[in-house]
Ligand binder design. Structure first.
Ligand SMILES: *[C@@H]1O[C@H](CO)[C@@H](O)[C@H](O)[C@H]1NC(C)=O
Ligand SMILES: *[C@@H]1O[C@H](CO)[C@@H](O)[C@H](O)[C@H]1NC(C)=O
Ligand SMILES: *[C@@H]1O[C@H](CO)[C@@H](O)[C@H](O)[C@H]1NC(C)=O
Ligand SMILES: *[C@@H]1O[C@H](CO)[C@@H](O)[C@H](O)[C@H]1NC(C)=O
Ligand SMILES: *[C@@H]1O[C@H](CO)[C@@H](O)[C@H](O)[C@H]1NC(C)=O
Ligand SMILES: *[C@@H]1O[C@H](CO)[C@@H](O)[C@H](O)[C@H]1NC(C)=O
Ligand SMILES: *[C@@H]1O[C@H](CO)[C@@H](O)[C@H](O)[C@H]1NC(C)=O
Ligand SMILES: *[C@@H]1O[C@H](CO)[C@@H](O)[C@H](O)[C@H]1NC(C)=O
Ligand SMILES: *[C@@H]1O[C@H](CO)[C@@H](O)[C@H](O)[C@H]1NC(C)=O
Ligand SMILES: *[C@@H]1O[C@H](CO)[C@@H](O)[C@H](O)[C@H]1NC(C)=O
Ligand SMILES: *[C@@H]1O[C@H](CO)[C@@H](O)[C@H](O)[C@H]1NC(C)=O
Ligand SMILES: *[C@@H]1O[C@H](CO)[C@@H](O)[C@H](O)[C@H]1NC(C)=O
Length: 800
């Protein structure tokens, strides 16, 4: 009697499955039912179901009919009203797994849509559960029993307002000596040997103990060997060696759950594009969202914020951080897991500990894995997939380097050879030293790493190894020097430490033979940027550099270490200005030419010339010519008879007079001299009282622009400067050339000049300094009003 199936279950049929459904059976009394698929109940596999229906009990058992004395595996509850029970099994085959479902339900109520009860046993590769759906009112309990012991309960509570309830119990587990263990439970454990028997996550009993790369600490915790990351090489806990080829971030240790943490190493290039170096080490605690970066120069950042550290320990999110002369140490402890990371800028060394069988993944766990599996491009700054090439360094004598690397087998390192195999360290040394020049104390990093691994693993210390191999005592690389991201730190020729350019960054400049970026010319200024680390490489002190005018020094950006020199048309810093038909050129140079007192020189002399051409159309097209280069007025008035001359120049010394053939461009500085002849300078002084420009020849023209007002520069025009006014029988002023914005071709310049009799009071007009405002009235009686003169000159931009 096969009937159409109705799926009331919450666990509905997934797409893509092939179903095989057995014939349904109906029972009205206690019966044995055969399931067409085996299922798991707390670690025991069954295929038969014993249903007990009595006046006070309803039970589904798997190893015999229910009997409180026989201690069976059962689901036991009180009797409930029913007329008959329907049973069938379904098997579902998915592409990746299969599942088995067994149903038992009260037939009558099901049909009439009355309250009914359904038991549902679900089994798949990863899950085993019992599911109960009940619509009877009242409160009662089904006990889930293993060997007669209740291990779980299904508590039914149905009220009139909440008539239906569903309950699920996980029936996975392991059995050992008749006892049931839930997945993840420890069955037996011996802290002294770190041996333990556990019910693993997939409900399988398994033996765990420390890994061969670990040793039991006697407290149930396994301590790893040492993992050493130096230069491009990684030596894992087992002593296996691998070498990183690209500029990427890799996982050294990673535990993805409970507790989750990761230790990452970022690899960057230094002097060669084809050799990467561990540049920083990071600790990621995903639970608390904390990211601790141990960078170059002992700089520690927590979520991007620098942390001031010294030898006293600071606790950040369960990580103890401290800084010694030899490097930065981070000690992580999360529940029973610990990891200690030491980073000195060149070498990272890591040990980890945790309960047996809890080894995490990452390069330190197994450096032989495919590098792609441990690559973390999401944390990387540079191209992870690119392998850069570089020309081989012919200065490297690989056999000499190999000999040196083999010193790790000789005294004093030999005392450690029994504790830790020197071979991977020798191989790492050879691998690196045959590709990278022996600079920046690189050849000392490998003996140092080996000596420190030795002291990390045992109580062995390789005493005074540094003097034997010609190195300095261990100390952190470039303490507290912060280089920018395109730089790395190394010992400088002077003995201190400096930031040098990374190879990829430097390649952009060295291919062009440049020390910096191209000149940036803007409308009235010029600037050039020189790269600090390129100067370091050439041993040039940036503070010695200046422009033509020695007072003009570069601005060093503290973050990027870029040195910027600039000048503008106000302050040309000694730029040489040349002017031809189509443009003006401002030429300047960065140089470190010495004072004559410098006797010796230790580096190449610097000379970087740069210039800006101004070819903007409005500047090119608008140039002015003076209509008359010099105007002369003869003034005869009363006692006074003198000649007033107005002449314009392009230089402050007033040697380059403008001629009708010379051109002047907008913004070019003009000096106008008002000079008298025939006056006795001991009696009178000449005061230029006012000068103004008009767009037509009339001095009272409607478009008027003031340059000198009441003997002082017009405060509204900061380009105007007045010199020697009221001092002698001549004076001059300067301003930047302009034009009237309303299509006027010409500029007429008019000046009123007064004679001032020298007496008790000064003839010098008082102009307020900064704002150039007159503070008080001139002493007018001193002027010889009748001897005043008026003079004009004209400019035109209509060339030809
Ligand atoms: C159930 O299986 C057993 C043996 O596996 C068999 O003896 C018995 O007849 C089967 N019962 C039914 C109802 O199929
Ligand atoms: C079940 O009912 C029978 C008769 O109705 C009675 O003799 C027996 O004691 C009951 N069983 C239990 C366990 O109460
Ligand atoms: C089920 O009920 C029992 C008592 O009947 C109680 O001890 C137990 O905590 C309950 N379990 C749940 C999950 O409510
Ligand atoms: C666990 O190891 C012990 C001895 O090492 C062995 O007797 C036992 O059978 C193992 N148990 C399992 C589940 O592998
Ligand atoms: C370390 O720094 C802390 C404050 O940042 C200070 O209180 C402490 O004295 C310092 N310890 C040492 C040894 O310098
Ligand atoms: C840590 O291990 C001890 C025994 O080694 C154990 O008692 C304790 O529960 C463990 N703690 C955690 C959080 O796993
Ligand atoms: C490391 O990984 C490689 C490649 O997956 C594997 O062959 C090797 O057995 C692993 N070694 C250890 C100690 O797990
Ligand atoms: C490096 O050289 C190889 C072969 O000479 C070439 O295939 C590869 O593209 C080069 N890589 C780069 C980054 O130039
Ligand atoms: C390389 O070093 C070895 C051993 O120090 C030496 O014998 C050999 O002459 C050196 N080769 C060159 C090319 O310098
Ligand atoms: C420490 O060194 C001493 C002497 O070299 C040795 O006897 C002892 O076993 C070592 N202890 C450890 C924990 O390695
Ligand atoms: C080098 O120059 C290229 C092209 O200008 C630019 O894309 C690249 O980012 C530069 N590389 C570095 C390291 O500055
Ligand atoms: C030139 O100098 C004046 C006054 O010193 C100043 O206001 C102006 O901004 C300067 N111009 C430039 C381009 O620096």
């Amino acid at each position: 009697m096969l009937r159409p199936l109705i799926y009331l279950s919450a666990l509905s049929l997934l797409a893509g499955a092939v179903a095989q459904i057995s014939e349904q059976q109906t029972i009205i009394a206690s019966s044995v039912l055969n399931s067409s698929c085996p299922f798991n109940f707390y670690g025991q596999t069954y295929q038969q179901i014993y249903v007990t229906i009595s006046n006070d009990t309803f039970a589904i058992c798997f190893n015999g009919f229910y009997n409180p004395q026989s201690r069976g595996d059962c689901i036991v509850g009180p009797q409930f009203p029913f007329n008959q029970i329907t049973f069938y099994t379904s098997k579902y085959y998915y592409s990746t797994h299969y599942s088995c479902e067994i149903r038992l339900y009260t037939t009558y109520y099901y049909y009439l849509n009355f309250p009914y009860t359904q038991f549902y046993l679900y089994n798949s590769d990863t899950q085993s559960l019992v599911y109960l759906y009940d619509g009877n009112q009242g409160s009662w309990v089904y006990d889930v029993q293993v060997s007669g012991v209740t291990v779980d309960k299904l508590n039914v509570t149905n009220t009139q307002s909440h008539p239906y309830s569903s309950y699920v119990a996980d029936i996975r587990g392991c059995r050992h000596s008749g006892v049931v263990y839930k997945p993840g439970a420890v069955v037996t454990s011996d802290p002294v040997t770190c041996y333990s028997l556990t019910c693993d996550a997939s409900a399988v009993l398994c033996n765990v103990t420390c890994d061969p790369s670990e040793h039991c600490q006697g407290n149930g915790i396994c301590m790893s060997g040492a993992c050493t990351v130096t230069g491009p090489t990684v030596i894992d806990f087992y002593g296996q060696l691998n070498s990183i080829q690209d500029l990427c971030t890799y996982s050294l240790l990673s535990r993805l759950s409970d507790p989750s943490f990761q230790v990452l190493a970022n690899f960057q290039e230094r002097r060669r594009k084809d050799v990467s170096f561990v540049d920083s080490v990071a600790l990621v605690l995903s639970g608390s969202g904390i990211f601790i970066n141990l960078g170059q120069g002992g700089v520690v950042q927590v979520n991007g914020v620098p942390l001031a550290l010294n030898s006293s320990t600071q606790l950040v999110g369960g990580v103890e951080l401290s800084k010694e002369r030899t490097g930065v140490t981070a000690k992580l402890s999360l529940s029973n897991y610990t990891a200690s990371i030491l980073f000195d800028g060149y070498t990272a060394q890591i040990r980890a500990a945790g309960p047996a069988g809890s080894l995490v993944s990452g390069l330190c766990r197994n450096s032989s894995v495919s590098l792609r599996e441990v690559r973390m491009p999401e944390y990387s700054v540079s191209g992870c997939e690119i392998l850069y090439n570089d020309t081989a360094d012919s200065s490297i004598n690989c056999s000499a380097e190999t000999q040196r690397c083999n010193l790790l087998r000789a005294s004093p390192f030999a005392s450690c050879n029994g504790l830790i195999d020197p071979q991977p360290y020798i191989n790492a040394c050879v691998d690196t030293m045959c590709r990278y020049p022996s600079v920046d104390d690189l050849d000392c990093q490998f003996p140092q790493a080996y000596a420190r691994a030795c002291s990390l693993l045992g109580n062995g210390t390789v005493g005074n190894w540094w003097s034997v191999v010609g190195c300095s005592p261990p100390q952190a690389y470039c303490p507290d020097r912060v280089c920018s991201s395109h730089e790395f730190c190394a010992r400088s020729a002077g003995g201190g430490s400096s930031c040098f350019c990374r190879a990829l960054f430097a390649a952009n400049y060295s291919s062009a033979g440049a020390l910096g970026d191209p000149t940036v010319c803007s409308s009235n200024s010029a600037s050039i940027t020189v790269v600090g680390c390129l100067l370091e490489e050439k041993n040039i002190r940036y503070s010695a550099l200046h422009l033509n005018d020695r007072r003009c020094r570069g601005q060093m950006d503290e973050l990027t270490h870029m040195l910027t020199f600039s000048f503008n048309t106000n302050n040309t810093c000694g730029a040489v200005i040349t002017n031809n038909d189509s443009y003006i050129t401002y030429s300047n140079a960065i140089t470190d030419q010495y004072n004559s007192s410098d006797i010796i020189v230790r580096h190449d002399q610097v000379y970087i010339d740069f210039s800006c051409y101004y070819t903007q159309p409005q500047i090119k097209s608008i140039s002015f010519r003076i209509k008359t280069n010099s105007v002369v007025q003869h003034i005869t008035s009363g006692a006074w008879s003198y000649t007033l001359t107005m002449t314009s120049y392009t230089d402050t010394a007033r040697t380059q007079a403008l001629s009708p053939s010379s051109e002047v461009v907008l913004d070019q500085r003009i000096w106008v001299e008002l000079k008298t002849d025939g006056l006795d300078g001991s009696v009178v002084a000449v005061v230029t009282d006012s000068c103004w420009a008009t767009s037509d020849s009339s001095p009272s023209g409607s478009l008027r622009y003031d340059l000198i007002v009441n003997g002082c520069p017009n405060p509204a025009d900061q380009t105007v400067q007045m010199q020697e006014n009221g001092l002698w029988t001549s004076n001059y002023f300067s301003f930047d050339m302009f034009q009237f914005s309303e299509q006027s071709a010409d500029v007429y310049l008019h000046c009123n000049v007064q004679l001032c009799v020298r007496g008790n009071s000064s003839c010098i007009p008082v102009c307020s300094g900064a704002a150039r405002r007159r503070r008080f009235a001139r002493r007018r009686p001193a002027y010889e009003e009748e001897a005043a003169a008026f003079i004009s000159m004209a400019w035109t931009n209509q060339l030809c």
